[in-house]
Design a protein around this ligand. Structure first.
Ligand SMILES: *[C@@H]1O[C@H](CO)[C@@H](O)[C@H](O)[C@H]1NC(C)=O
Length: 154
């Protein structure tokens, strides 16, 4: 019994180790450096997902109506055409996009969003919307500080 048990236990540990290693490698979805992500996004904002809409049943992508709390970058890019519901909300499309690693939200989630105005090939359906450009980020003091120092170019 002792020997077999030990084998099972070792096997388990090996599997756990492999799982942890794979997770750290992030599978086949490599995340760019924060600085690159900040450079590629013309707008970085914090906001809360109020509504999930326009779910595409084929691609499993969707848009969200997001209440904006603060612009960390690019407030001037978000013109009146983009603002909805009287001015403190925006539509963001591109959730569920497989090119982006962390691409899923639920109603009520508050995140840092790296976005760009939706490019012309997304028109007319997504005209005047913002589009997710890289992974969602949780709001922690450390994350906010890191994003802010990227924006300031430190
Ligand atoms: C993010 O924006 C850059 C341009 O700033 C673009 O080249 C890149 O394709 C965008 N990434 C995604 C996933 O849309």
């Amino acid at each position: 019994m002792g020997k077999r048990w030990r084998t099972v236990k070792n096997c388990c540990w090996t599997l756990i180790l492999i799982a942890v290693l794979l997770k750290n490698c992030n599978g086949n979805c490599p995340e760019k450096e924060l600085e690159r992500r900040e450079e590629e996004a013309n707008v970085v904002l914090t906001g809360t997902v109020e509504e999930i809409m326009n779910m595409d049943p084929v691609h499993n992508t969707y848009s969200c109506k997001v209440r904006v709390w603060r612009y960390l970058k690019g407030k001037e890019v978000v013109t009146n055409d983009i603002l909805v519901d009287g001015g403190n909300k925006v539509m963001i499309c591109g959730f569920g996009e497989p090119k982006i690693c962390d691409n899923q939200v639920s109603t009520g989630d508050t995140r840092i969003f790296f976005v760009n105005p939706a490019p012309e090939y997304m028109w007319p359906a997504h005209k005047n919307e913002l589009m997710l450009n890289s992974s969602l980020m949780r709001i922690t003091l450390r994350n906010l500080e890191e994003v802010e120092s990227c924006v300031e170019g430190v």
